[in-house]
Design a protein around this ligand. Structure first.
Ligand code: AMP
Length: 395
């Protein structure tokens, strides 16, 4: 177990917190989705209540080590001030840490909050430069990591800084580690994993690791067609990753050897083109017409997957079942989201597309946990130790 903000004395301490304020900004510098800011508030409010002197930091976008005010965190400071009903001090330093920032940090009173400028204005951030990590560390007495979305990266603010300060997690990372960790290591069984999305290559390490943990593995989305091809099915114009057909065949063999039920779609919705208004119809998975492409799972598959989900103790879901961005090919993804919402299982949604789909269909508050990190949750499911979590102190 990793230490959290609850496990140390914070009163009067200067606490530097790595948050994920990588929020979308429109052309006029307005934040278009505050989810990540709202998500960070419980940890920040806790620190304020403890009388800590709080210094927040984050990256936004990819300014690539250059100062680009398109990516300034000023709008984030304004949003935070409004949510917290207190001023969040912000100094837009082109070097992130300078004498003015050091003086402001030293002058904070208990309960005060300040925000640093975009960490990626400095090249040292993504390079995990020790000197930059030390500059950040010298502002504070304690480091808190609460940015799960970057926990799979060893950057100065997400890992390097731990060499110089006591390191604990905030509430967001605590919840991610609890739900993702328990789902993989101590699941209520049966454990069912559902994988989808387009790119098989990205998911192979996840499948390999999950095959050692799960009772059933349900595969949908674009990646299913590479498995169909490996079985020798006609897949028409469906998406195929030819470089991974051999691998797909060997994963099916590995599942069989381990006694894991690996389920592919029984039927699909196949269309004449990659377009919402293309002519489309259902067909069995091994009978896709040569001039069509599968863009969603069909009703037989929904019934098959729903049955597995109903009987599950824990479900982990990563990746859409079809091209859910197009309403005519969103039904399969929606049906799986609904089955999860209605099941009594512990339901854990990987970040990225599946998280977006669950929210889009209005089932967000009916899931046990929706991960805030796409890449990070995938690496967690691969069984990798995430650098931003590995450096936290053990209880
Ligand atoms: P990934 O980034 O690999 O998780 O893939 C997510 C994308 O896969 C989404 O944008 C979906 O539209 C896409 N996708 C899902 N099913 C299919 C399919 N059958 N054919 C093409 N793309 C798909």
């Amino acid at each position: 177990m990793k230490k959290t903000v609850r496990d140390i004395d914070l009163a009067g301490k200067r606490v530097i917190v790595r948050c994920d304020f990588n929020v979308p900004i429109d052309g006029e510098g307005r934040i278009t989705d505050e989810t990540r800011i709202v998500g960070a508030l419980p940890t920040i409010r806790f620190l304020i209540a403890q009388g800590a002197k709080t210094i927040l930091m984050s990256h936004m976008g990819r300014p690539d080590g250059e100062v680009d005010l398109k990516y300034t965190l000023k709008p984030v400071a304004e949003s935070l001030s409004a949510h917290l009903s207190q001023e969040v001090l912000f100094i837009s330093s082109p070097v992130v840490v300078d004498d003015a920032v050091r003086a402001a940090a030293a002058g904070l009173a208990g309960g005060d909050v300040m925000l640093l400028e975009n960490l990626r204005f400095r090249k040292g951030e993504t390079k995990n430069d020790a000197a930059f990590a030390q500059e950040l560390a010298e502002l504070a007495d304690v480091w808190v990591n609460d940015a799960f979305g970057t926990a799979h990266r060893a950057h100065a603010s997400t890992a390097g800084i731990a060499a110089y300060l006591p390191a604990v997690s905030g509430f967001l990372i605590e919840k991610e580690v609890k739900f993702l960790g328990d789902a993989i290591e101590h699941p209520r069984r049966p454990l069912v994993a559902i994988l989808g999305g387009a790119k098989v290559g990205d998911k192979i390490p996840v499948i390999e690791n999950l095959l050692t943990k799960v009772d059933s593995l349900l595969i949908g989305g674009g990646m299913a067609y590479t498995f169909f091809k490996a079985r020798g099915y006609e897949i028409g114009m469906s998406i195929l990753d030819e470089t991974h057909t051999e691998m797909a065949a060997s994963l099916e063999r590995a599942a069989k050897e381990r006694g894991v039920a690996l389920l592919l779609p029984a039927d699909v919705k196949a269309a004449t083109a990659f377009a919402n208004d293309a002519e489309a119809g259902f067909c069995d998975a091994d009978k896709i017409p040569a001039d069509r492409m599968g863009l969603d799972i069909g009703p037989k598959t929904v019934a098959l997957f729903t049955e597995k989900i109903r009987a599950a103790g824990t479900v982990i879901w990563n990746g859409p079942m079809g091209v859910f961005e197009m309403p005519n090919f969103a039904e399969g993804t929606k049906a799986v989201a609904q089955a999860l919402a209605e099941s009594g299982a512990v339901t854990v949604i990987g970040g990225g597309d599946s998280a977006a789909a669950v929210e889009q269909f209005g089932y967000g508050d009916r899931m046990s946990h929706i991960s805030t990190g796409g890449g990070a949750s995938l690496e967690f499911l691969e069984g990798k130790l995430l650098p931003g979590i590995a450096v936290l102190e053990d209880k």
